[in-house]
Design a protein around this ligand. Structure first.
Ligand code: F6P
Length: 371
């Protein structure tokens, strides 16, 4: 973890990858605490596009951020800066001389743009992809602090990422609503939730929302085992069921359902819920319907927990800069926040440990994981 004594004047903030509730709260905390400490603050539009493609922004790729620009945004979803998960500067989709597309490392151009714009430091709000880019920039000499964002909660070295609590709360509310309609029609409702290759959203919402089965990437499932568990329910007078499926769930010996893979961006997942519903229907002899919560999990106001953690993370990021740190991510380590090297936080994905208490609780409550 590098510490540098060089004074900074101008800070830039960027938001990269999929949006998550709490981004605006972090932006506000960074701006207000940085202004209070005498720094100037700018926002980079749409990930790094404001710096990489200035020609697309006649109004300026950098937005000056003042107290006025961040007034009243703590509770708003989305991001006032815009974001993108296309155009990773380290894997930029580029046409080659042969007319084919390939991924090019353009991070040196981004570093040059930072220098040209006299930006002394970066506060990057992102998940593993965006914070990986921040780490590359830090290694190339840009002072950078990461703030862990993602509804997936799959970033390592922090107890939680902001956005996760809001996504889980909304998914749980949806499950609550589905119980009554599932019961009324004696159906199996299969609910697909986001989360990429980690099952945090599915597990936490599934347990809180009283699901009968929860399928997560960490536990490959056997469809016959899920069917057998659901067929026990009528014996207890329950003629319906709720099955939560993480988008990254896969059958034993099977693969994740991938919709598409484009250059310069992560693969798009989808279809896991539909696949489970189709296979379950003949086995349980009940109508199985699918609900995909998808991007609804990323919208809306952050919960109180996410607002608070976002404000704490934003203020801590500015303190980190003041202390001369670089190449670190702000991490929740209750009751405090600490700083962990970006490299460590982004070098492996935080998946659900199979022996964690939430999984044990789920099993004690009779929830099937299909294993
Ligand atoms: O990483 C956040 C996330 O919402 C994942 O849960 C999901 O797989 C992905 O982003 C969807 O991204 P996009 O909006 O590009 O389809």
């Amino acid at each position: 973890m590098k510490k540098t004594g060089v004074k900074i004047k101008k800070i830039a903030i960027n938001t990269g990858g999929g949006d998550a509730p709490g981004l605006n709260a972090v932006i506000r905390a960074v701006v207000v605490s940085a202004l209070n400490k005498g720094y100037e603050v700018f926002g980079i539009r749409d990930g790094y596009n404001g710096l990489m493609k200035p020609e697309d922004y006649p109004e300026g790729g950098l937005i000056p951020l003042t107290r006025r620009s961040v007034r009243g945004i703590t509770h708003l979803g989305g991001t006032i800066l815009g974001t993108t998960n296309k155009g990773n500067p380290t894997k930029y989709p580029t046409i080659g001389a042969d007319g084919k597309m390939y991924e090019k490392d353009r991070s040196d151009e981004l570093v040059a743009a930072f220098r040209r714009n006299k930006i002394d430091a970066l506060v990057a709000l992102g998940g593993d992809g965006s914070l990986g880019i921040a780490n590359v920039l830090a290694e190339k000499g840009i002072r950078a602090i990461g703030v862990p964002k993602t509804i997936d909660n799959d970033l390592d070295k922090t107890v939680i990422t902001f956005g996760f609590d809001t996504a889980v709360s909304f998914a749980t509310e949806c499950l609550d609503r589905l119980h009554s309609t599932a019961e009324a029609h004696r159906r199996v409702m299969v609910v697909e939730v986001m989360g990429r290759y980690a099952g945090w959203i599915a597990l936490n919402a599934g347990v809180s929302g009283n699901a009968d089965a929860i399928l997560i990437p960490e536990i490959p499932y056997d469809i016959n085992k899920i069917a057998a568990a659901l067929k026990e329910r009528p014996k207890r007078g329950k003629h319906y069921a709720i099955v939560v499926v993480a988008e990254g769930a896969k059958a034993k010996g099977g693969t994740v359902s991938v919709v598409s893979k484009e250059l310069g961006r992560a693969e798009k997942l989808g279809g896991a819920g539909e696949r489970v519903a189709k296979e379950l229907e003949p086995l349980v002899g009940k109508e199985c319907r699918t609900v995909v919560l998808g991007h609804l999990l990323r919208g809306g106001s952050p919960t109180t927990f996410d607002r608070l953690i976002s404000l704490r993370f934003g203020a801590a990021a500015v303190r980190a800069l003041e202390e001369g740190r670089s190449g670190v991510m702000v991490a929740l380590d209750p009751p405090t926040v600490r700083y962990v090297p970006l490299k460590e936080a982004t070098s492996r994905m935080k998946v659900v440990p199979l022996d964690c208490d939430t999984i044990i609780t789920a099993r004690d409550l009779g929830i099937s994981f299909g294993d």
